[in-house]
Design a protein around this ligand. Structure first.
Ligand SMILES: Cc1cc2nc3c(=O)[nH]c(=O)nc-3n(C[C@H](O)[C@H](O)[C@H](O)COP(=O)(O)O)c2cc1C
Length: 173
């Protein structure tokens, strides 16, 4: 049984997947877990939309219209999840809610990894366009933070180097 430390260290970004979509029951487990992310004022800002065939097709068309050829990248994974943060218009709250949503997205990736799934957090600029937002059915008060890919792993991944602890942490007097 891997420890939490093992799982955090061994989670990797994958770009090749098997064709089987992730069981919706597993996705529900991951979204249930994500709700436990820390969240100032407990605003529950995170939103997860699992793309079906039609919404994926629409997002691909929007991506291709913005940048020809880029839509094909949306076929890499059998399960795609648009993650967005619900916003209130209060700048401080909105910033905190985007940060909390990022933590929730990481929980989905880490929980997926703990269940043997491969995952990938991708920035998809087309989600900021009206066409991309329309494809993902994002309401005006939500900010997209990424497109999560999930599926069966198909490749060993290289382990990207991390900066040493002494470079990133300081113990202040
Ligand atoms: C906010 C965010 C956006 C990312 N967007 C992309 C992306 O658009 N394309 C990409 O190849 N990787 C993207 N990644 C994944 C990183 O490239 C990856 O985490 C990094 O290379 C470290 O690899 P690892 O996840 O295997 O540890 C993103 C990660 C985060 C947290």
């Amino acid at each position: 049984m891997p420890t939490l430390d093992d799982l955090i260290r061994s989670r990797r970004t994958h770009k090749a997947y098997g064709s089987e979509p992730v069981d919706p029951a597993i996705l529900r487990e991951l979204f249930e877990l994500a709700r436990w992310a820390p969240n100032h004022h407990v605003t529950n800002p995170w939103r997860f939309r699992v793309l079906g065939p039609e919404s994926r097709q629409r997002l691909k068309a929007a991506a291709d219209a913005a940048k020809p050829g880029s839509g094909a990248k949306l076929d890499r994974a059998p399960t795609l999840i648009v993650v967005s943060a619900k916003q209130t218009g209060d700048a401080e709250q909105d910033r905190e809610d985007v940060l909390a949503t990022a933590v929730a997205a990481y929980i989905v990736l880490l929980g997926g990894h703990a269940r043997g799934l491969a995952g990938y957090w991708r920035s998809v600029p087309v989600l900021d366009s009206p066409e991309g937002r329309g494809a993902a059915q994002l309401p005006d008060d939500e900010t997209p933070i990424g497109l999560l890919h999930l599926g069966e792993p198909r490749q060993e991944q290289r382990v990207p180097e991390r900066a040493p602890v002494d470079e990133i942490a300081a113990f202040l007097a």
